[in-house]
Design a protein around this ligand. Structure first.
Ligand SMILES: *Cc1c(COP(=O)(O)O)cnc(C)c1O
Length: 369
């Protein structure tokens, strides 16, 4: 029997870092700054430098970062935020948390990202921000999005939860919007040993207010200038992220090289493979192929112990929690078809050549019938 290929293998990533992580955790146990503290402060500095922004505010999840972003832009009840229906639901949660309405725009059939051509017609007098997602690690087409943002004087928030170190025209994503929001959920390209997230910006005033919002709305302890949240990043997570950040550039190259190998091996199959537009460098958080018989192929892969997953099986406008928005099936046909046809194959830097070849072999077997 060939070895199973797991969809995700965090152990393979963490094992070689074990000694380094334990040493970092031991330092946290010595100083006992468990909520924020020096480990988080150091990571914030290093991550801001890595991405290329002035400020990084560490929080307890990507969802919290998105929530704070919309609070910083004073988005509230009666307002609209334009985003994509084809993303992890947390993108939309932030809009709901501030009492605003998510306004969805259909996606591009090739990149699965918000289609910039459809953006302008979705703008109304109530629109307060644009919130595109660099889905699967592939940067959005930022030039036309930024052009619309400038023309209508709308702030851009980048959901960079899946796109650590991805580049658009040579520049790292997360530096284009007023604010960008990262997730360090363990399975993300840079993952904590638990939950984590960060909000990045070049605006010192926004960063300062974000620091207050994540800590009960206070800058002076027990004095609360506005209603805040307990969204602090934990010291242990800052320590883990500090260790792992040093490997992120290498890991990103590793993901890109797995993607290149899949491209070569799967080019002669009926699958539609991910496209990487000439202007971008994808961070390949996911390697997503598509085929009309997706469900059948998925069963076959699973039966042959090749891990795979769906990102995402139901677009947000059709989720039960958003029934009150009044969207109908057929409103975003490109996203709906993508939801039926997309299949995520295993991709991580530790994936071996033999594992990649095994995935390809099982896919070829499936199509040979
Ligand atoms: C993971 C993710 C989030 C949320 O991040 P958490 O850290 O899990 O809260 C938001 N948006 C996208 C696109 C994501 O993939």
């Amino acid at each position: 029997m060939p070895e199973p290929v797991p969809y995700l293998d965090l152990k393979a990533q963490l094992q070689p870092l074990r000694a380094e992580l334990e040493a970092a955790f031991a330092r946290t146990l010595d100083h006992c700054s468990f909520c924020l503290g020096p480990d988080v402060a150091q990571f914030e500095k290093d991550f801001a430098a890595f991405i290329g922004t002035q400020h990084c505010v560490g929080v307890n999840s990507g969802t919290s970062a998105l929530h704070i972003a919309l609070l910083l832009l004073n988005v509230g009840p009666g307002d609209e935020v334009i985003t994509t229906p084809f993303t992890f639901v947390a993108t939309s949660w932030a809009i709901s948390y501030v009492g605003a309405r998510p306004v969805y725009v259909d996606i591009d059939d090739n990149t699965f990202n918000l289609d910039p051509h459809l953006l302008e017609q979705a703008i109304t007098p109530r629109t307060k921000a644009l919130l595109p997602v660099h889905l699967y690690g592939h940067p959005c087409d930022l030039d036309p999005i930024l052009a619309v943002a400038r023309k209508h004087n709308l702030p851009l928030v980048e959901d960079t939860a899946q796109a650590h170190a991805a580049k658009y025209k040579g520049r790292t994503v997360g530096t284009f919007g007023q604010i960008s929001c990262f997730s360090f959920y363990p399975g993300k390209n840079l993952g904590a040993c638990g939950e984590g997230g960060a909000l990045l910006t070049n605006d010192a005033a926004l960063a300062q207010r974000a620091r207050a919002l994540r800590e009960h709305g206070s800058t002076v302890r027990y004095y609360h200038d506005e209603v805040g949240y307990n969204y602090r990043m934990e010291g242990i997570q800052g320590a883990a992220l500090g260790v792992k950040l040093k490997h992120l550039a290498r890991w990103t190259e590793g993901r890109q090289s797995v993607a290149r190998r899949y491209h070569e091996l799967l080019a002669d199959t009926p699958l539609q493979l991910p496209v990487e537009s000439a202007r971008v460098e994808s961070a390949y958080h996911l390697y997503v192929v598509r085929h009309p018989k997706r469900d059948d192929l998925m069963k076959y892969l699973q039966a042959h112990q090749v891990g795979c997953a769906l990102h995402y099986p139901l677009p947000l406008h059709l989720q039960k929690c958003y029934a009150s928005l009044g969207y109908q099936p057929g409103d975003f046909p490109v996203a709906e078809r993508a939801a039926r046809e997309c299949l995520s194959l295993p991709i991580y830097p530790e994936l071996t050549q033999a594992q990649i070849e095994r995935v390809s072999e099982v896919i070829h077997d499936y199509f040979r019938g």
